[in-house]
Design a protein. Structure first.
Length: 554
């Protein structure tokens, strides 16, 4: 058959390298409003839920029981469940109804009811609702700082640059598990060199992650996964109750934490039970609410290829972010793992959160080139900085990033590498050479870094943990090495652990170590001229990209 040249060219477009599938509800390959999703219902007798979404208590699985006992406002549930879902959707979008009134209604809904409500909204309406429903008024952004070679000098430099670019939370992980203490240490020192108050985490298996947090190497966690079907939970040897206990272990030690979930995980693990992705994700969000955790990282996360393959899947991702805010939780709204070969498609996917703003528009913008991203690559990475800054400028939107000058980046990367060099010296760790400092100052990625002695590093990292090194030892090493300002910033983070103010919902810490959260920065959006608005100073900053010509240039 002779082919159309038009179709030959289209077949080679990047978007046609993506995977797509038609709906298959029986295995869970349906985004929302699945034919097998339960119908909303609730029956309460003597203060106890005896029926939830058509299922009597005798048939509850452990997720139903946890949600029924801990996650629903039973006082208002009977009245709210009787209201028309379409009318509730209109109220949520209505700019004249404040968030505080909406939350009273949405926290009294069952998972099936809340899915039915958002199912009436198109993406523009969901974005309108999200702009009102996020907990904190000020939108923000989080990043990944990782290295293909787990190079601590590179990580410190990258974290310092990310800090001055505007990231208020940073997450690292490892290629080699035993490198974790060095990666966490480097991220802490680098971030606090960029500016004081940046929250950091090292994503690992839970016991090690908690141990690093208790030592003062990290300040938050989010990789505590919850799932929407019992079989997937059992596969992980976990229950909602064990996850709640782990959350309390973090919080009791002054560590901010949120859970992680996302549409598509149950399909990917083969236990979707024929339900839609959004319904199962709603159950995850209710588990998070019931556990008392301040927030949730969702937006499909590492399973984004699954909803991205089905009709309306990206709409469902936006819906899961919205439901999280409707349950009065912080949302770190994904946009982290890359899911498409198409630049157009991955940008369109991000606009759903970028335009209305969320607590964290990205829960993992890659602050390194994607070849260095050990979280499997991000939807945006370090090579997209300038595009993202122009998007902010074009649309007059605060997406969290700040324009920077090359000389400032070089300066702060150099300082962070030297600060880590001083810490390694003070803690008697394998030395960081001046050659490594120089390379990290100007590097784009790990390919530009000298190789370290991995065996020596791993042995030293293990010994450092056995010696009981804590955040205070890092403070002392920084001060002794001549980096008193960075030492003060690290000490400031340790003080935050004692006060616990950043355990409030949607917390971030500014450069003056003032906590900003849903408590003192509540979202008060009520339509045009209300809610978060760019200040003249912030708009001037967003406008002033280095490549823009100025009147003085002529």
């Amino acid at each position: 058959m002779k082919r159309s040249k038009r179709f030959e060219i289209l077949a080679k477009k990047p978007v046609n390298q993506d995977g797509f599938v038609q709906e298959w509800p029986e295995v869970g390959l349906i985004a929302m409003n699945g034919p097998n999703d339960p119908k909303p219902s609730i029956k309460i007798e003597e203060g106890r839920v005896e029926e939830l979404d058509g299922k009597p208590r005798a048939q509850f699985d452990m997720i139903d029981q946890f949600i029924a006992d801990h996650a629903i406002n039973l006082e208002l549930a009977p009245q709210v469940m009787e209201r028309d879902s379409r009318e509730l959707a209109k109220i949520i979008v209505d700019v004249n109804v404040p968030r505080s009134e909406i939350v009273k209604l949405t926290t009294a809904m069952t998972p099936a009811k809340i899915c039915e409500v958002v199912g009436y909204m198109n993406v523009v309406e969901m974005m309108m609702a999200l702009m009102k429903m996020r907990a904190r008024k000020t939108p923000d952004i989080q990043c990944h700082v990782t290295s293909l070679t787990d190079n601590p000098v590179q990580i410190a430099a990258e974290a310092a640059e990310a800090a001055i670019r505007g990231f208020d939370e940073m997450e690292t992980t490892v290629g080699v598990v035993r490198y974790a203490p060095f990666n966490a240490l480097a991220l802490l020192v680098g971030s606090q060199t960029g500016r004081g108050g940046v929250l950091t985490q090292c994503a690992l298996e839970e016991a090690t992650e908690l141990r690093l947090g208790m030592r003062g190497f990290t300040s938050y966690a989010e990789t505590i996964s919850v799932y929407g079907t019992e079989n997937v939970f059992i596969d992980g040897d976990d229950t909602p109750w064990s996850k709640a206990f782990l959350a309390s272990a973090y919080a009791s030690r002054g560590l901010k934490m949120r859970f992680t979930s996302g549409t598509g995980s149950e399909v990917q693990m083969g236990y979707a039970e024929g339900k839609s992705m959004l319904y199962l994700e709603a159950r995850c969000i209710y588990i998070t609410k019931g556990a008392g955790v301040q927030g949730l990282q969702n937006g499909s996360i590492s399973c984004i290829g699954i909803p991205g393959a089905v009709p309306g899947g990206i709409r469902a991702v936006l819906a899961e972010n919205l439901i999280t805010t409707m349950l009065d939780l912080e949302v770190a709204s994904g946009n982290d793992q890359t899911f498409s070969h198409s630049d157009i498609r991955r940008t369109a996917r991000t606009m759903m959160q970028f335009l209305p703003g969320t607590d964290f528009i990205f829960s993992g913008y890659s602050a390194v080139p994607n070849y260095d991203n050990m979280f499997a690559g991000s939807n945006f990475d370090a090579e997209d900085y300038d595009d993202y800054l122009v998007l902010q400028r074009d649309l007059m939107v605060d997406g969290g990033l700040r324009p920077v000058r090359e000389e400032d980046v070089v300066k702060v990367r150099n300082k962070a590498a030297r600060a880590l060099q001083a810490v390694f010296r003070g803690l008697e760790l394998p030395p960081i050479t001046d050659e490594e400092v120089e390379a990290a100052t100007y590097a784009h990625g790990s390919a530009d870094m000298p190789k370290r002695n991995v065996v020596e590093d791993l042995k030293a990292a293990e010994e450092m943990m056995k010696r009981g090194v804590t955040g205070l030892d890092i403070v002392k090493a920084l001060a002794a090495g001549g980096f008193e300002d960075v030492a003060q910033n690290v000490l400031g983070m340790l003080r935050q652990r004692v006060s616990g103010d950043y355990l409030h919902t949607s917390s971030i810490i500014d450069a003056s170590f003032t906590v900003k959260s849903a408590i003192n920065d509540p979202n008060d959006y009520r339509g045009p001229g209300t809610g978060y608005r760019l200040s003249p100073e912030r708009w001037a900053e967003i406008s002033d990209i280095p490549t823009a010509l100025r009147p003085a240039d002529f």
